[in-house]
Design a binder for this molecule. Structure first.
Ligand SMILES: Nc1ncnc2c1ncn2[C@@H]1O[C@H](COP(=O)(O)OP(=O)(O)OP(=O)(O)O)[C@@H](O)[C@H]1O
Ligand SMILES: [Mg+2]
Length: 252
């Protein structure tokens, strides 16, 4: 049974890609078989794992190409890469019947031996993100504690609620994840109250520190564990991985 997580926040640069790669790598090191799907035309996840010029990418599969052939990036860690062409997909898929379910179908067709599927969403709430949320059991919402406009959070929550109602009743919030977190700064009370007002107690206990190694690793085409397994960022993502494994979920 694949456990499917969408990593989503329409705000840019909050740590979606970094979290997808490193949660995935942590799960793979624990011997789970993991599939990462790059659903962003920026293709940051693809690049950050050193994948260049893949034969097929998520755009081909969204347009109907089969069979689905993920690339093995590391032991236990597989990737469906992205491409700039994906920017066109949103428009092209608009007229497809069942356009919100295309990614769900793709995941269904992947090998049944995958334990976890993690989807790196683009910084928008368009059709691609809707596809991710329709396919997922859980959504992980990375946030930087410094800027948190309540309006933005409420919008994201509204989309999640609508998808739950109309497209995917099983969808739940896995948790809000604080990234690029500076322990020395005490989190603004107003900010934490805003988050609780929107997402209740669905906040991961683990926070991800601001750690330069996390920003350097993608340039080497590596996840944090292969770049520097004892740095703060690696320890944080390892702890988060344990928290995710222990999430009480019905993956229905
Ligand atoms: N914990 C961290 N410490 C230091 N740098 C980080 C951390 N997390 C992410 N970064 C850096 O911050 C930048 C944004 O991170 P990332 O690409 O993961 O965000 P994103 O939400 O996927 O962005 P986008 O919305 O553009 O897809 C990147 O340069 C990344 O290397
Ligand atoms: Mg990204």
């Amino acid at each position: 049974m694949k456990k499917i997580f969408a990593v989503s926040n329409h705000k840019g640069g909050v740590g979606k890609t970094t979290s997808t790669v490193n949660i995935g790598a942590a799960l793979a090191l624990k011997n789970f078989k993991v599939l990462l799907i790059d659903l962003d035309s920026q293709a940051n996840l693809t690049q950050s794992l050193g994948i260049k010029n893949p034969d097929y990418n998520i755009y081909d599969y969204l347009r109907g190409r089969t069979p689905i052939l993920p690339i093995e990036a590391k032991n236990n860690l597989y990737v469906i890469p992205s491409t700039l062409d994906l920017a066109a997909a949103e428009l092209e898929l608009n007229s497809e019947p069942g356009r919100e379910y295309i990614l769900k179908e793709i995941i269904k067709q992947t090998d049944s031996s995958f334990d976890y599927v993690l989807i790196d969403c683009p910084p928008s709430l368009g059709l691609l993100t809707i596809n991710a949320l329709t396919a997922a059991h859980r959504v992980i919402i990375p946030l930087q504690a410094e800027f948190l406009p309540l309006k933005g959070l409420a919008k994201l929550n509204e989309v999640i609620e609508k998808i739950k109602l109309r497209l995917n009743p099983d969808l739940e919030i896995g948790g809000v994840l604080f990234t690029q977190y500076d322990q020395r700064k005490i989190m603004n009370k107003e900010i934490s109250q805003n988050i609780k007002a929107v997402f209740g107690n669905k906040i991961f206990e683990t926070t991800i520190s601001n750690n330069v190694a996390l920003a350097e690793a993608p340039g080497e085409g590596k996840d944090i564990f292969h770049y520097n397994k004892s740095c703060r960022g690696a320890l944080d993502y390892k702890t988060l991985c344990d928290e995710i494994i222990n999430l009480e979920v019905n993956y229905g």
